[in-house]
Write a protein that binds this ligand. Sequence first.
Ligand code: SF4
Length: 108
Amino acid sequence: MTVDAHEASHSEYPNDLKWQELASCRGLDPALFYPEDNAGTWQAKKVCAACCVREECLEYALDHKESYGVRGGFSEGGRRKLLKLRRLAALERQAGSVALDPSPETNV
Ligand code: SF4
């Protein structure tokens, strides 16, 4: 997502994106969320930490595979790691449910 796209995503509010009206980053310089080097992400993450719609923002970014900038308190690298952890957790749950399934078919 570009800086302009970030600004647009926070200025147009379809009904399912009403949470963006409460975003702590509204009115801030969008460049803050797209630092040239990743070392500058702490300032954006500090804004996100106090944002009341951080969870909605993070899930939106994950659902839409937003690959640039800080969203929901996570940089793009952090979001990739989070998605990987969620996939691993889902696989573990799936494996656990198969191993613990008491149905006769799985115990033959
Ligand atoms: S979590 Fe961060 S990027 Fe998301 S809406 Fe809040 S301040 Fe903006």
